[in-house]
Design a protein around this ligand. Structure first.
Ligand code: UDP
Ligand code: MG
Length: 343
């Protein structure tokens, strides 16, 4: 039977959280009186998470599992969860209980009132380093300013989406995914609910600085040309300086003396500065080019080693159909899903 709600949680080395996540979700979702499923996506965990997931799935058939062949990253794990989810409303939630499951009930209310996307806005964040909080705040503000879609401030992936929206997401084949941007881009009726982001229940953040930077670059390059456009401003600025420099420096040499700005040091410093600008802009170009390369190779977004609990509805076939709708010539990226086991 098709459940009304799908809760999707990505799991990367969360052995200390899985059980409590399950308990809290049960407690909350059972009060709805409707059928629900919990889709756990194991993003190549190296701890006991996969075993714990399977134990839950054996005990409770509402728990369904997808195991990636390796670590593909948070956004990709969430993508797979959405691909496999069957519910009329799909809820994305982190597995570390930073997003309190109780908020889901409020989201459901809004959904029933006719909204298609209900995102959770962080009013406050507990138990995170000031570095994380401020870089995150800065990140959301930069993205907000320079992207073309209006991505609400201080929202993560914790959100509910109607299956209509989930269906559009399933058909968006882009590789470097920024799901909160993609949902904003889709449109329909969207609204927010406020919540306090808790401290991580167990374990450490799986987002070291390196991943955060990559994530920020994905967000910006997927939704903005701003970094490419500021190159023009820089070029105009430097060009103007160059044109003005000759008369101004000549004049100053007449007034101050011939030593003004003389010597190799000035030349070398300027040269280094300009090369650094140029290399920086090459880096920006490279970021866009690399992402174009990611797209043209058309590799599958993820590789599933095993999935359990989905026998009835065959997500692989549904997905292949949906993606084929969009680009009939596209080679089905879901070949990798064919080896789903039967339980
Ligand atoms: N996660 C994942 N793959 C990764 C990194 C993280 O599936 O490569 C999951 C992780 O298990 C958690 C969620 O994504 O459920 C959010 O990660 P985390 O809590 O570490 O991020 P933070 O809250 O610190 O930004
Ligand atoms: Mg977290």
């Amino acid at each position: 039977m098709k459940p009304r709600y799908s809760i999707v949680a990505p799991i990367y080395n969360e052995e200390g959280n899985i059980h409590d996540l399950y308990e809290r979700i049960c407690k909350v979702m059972d009060t709805t009186g409707d059928a629900w499923e919990l889709v756990l996506v194991n993003d190549g965990s190296r701890d006991r998470s996969p075993q714990l997931m399977e134990e839950l799935a054996v005990k409770d058939p509402r728990v369904k599992t997808v195991h990636f062949a390796r670590n593909f990253g948070h956004q990709t794990a969430v993508t797979a969860g959405i691909d496999y989810a069957q519910g009329a409303a799909v809820v994305l939630i982190d597995a570390d209980l930073q997003d309190p499951p109780e908020v889901i009930l409020e989201m459901i209310e809004r959904w029933k009132a006719g909204y298609h996307v209900v995102y959770a806005v962080r009013e406050a964040r507990k138990g995170e380093s000031w570095f994380k909080i401020y870089t995150a705040k800065l990140f959301y503000r930069i993205v907000y300013r320079i992207t073309d879609v209006q991505i609400p401030l201080d929202t993560g992936d914790f959100r509910l989406m109607d299956e209509k929206v989930a269906d559009v997401l399933r058909r968006m084949p882009e590789h470097n995914r920024f799901i909160r941007g993609m949902t904003s881009w889709i449109g329909f009726r969207q609204t927010g609910v406020f919540y306090v982001r808790e401290a991580r229940h167990w374990g450490e953040t799986k987002y070291p600085l390196r991943k955060m930077v990559r994530f920020a670059l994905d967000a910006i390059t997927s939704f903005s040309y701003f970094p490419l456009q500021i190159m023009l401003s820089f070029s105009l600025l430097l060009g103007t300086l160059a044109v003005l420099a000759v008369p101004i420096i000549s004049l100053l040499r007449l007034i101050v003396g011939p030593e003004f700005l003389g010597g190799q040091v000035t030349t070398i410093a300027l040269l280094l500065l300009l090369s650094s600008f140029q290399l920086f802009f090459l880096f920006i170009m490279g970021q866009y080019v690399a992402r174009i390369y990611d797209e043209v190779r058309r590799r599958p977004l993820y590789v599933v080693a095993r999935a359990t609990g989905f026998e009835a509805h065959d997500p692989a076939r549904r997905l292949a159909q949906q993606r084929a709708d969009l680009s009939p010539e596209a080679r089905a990226p879901e070949q990798s899903l064919e080896e789903n086991s039967n339980g």
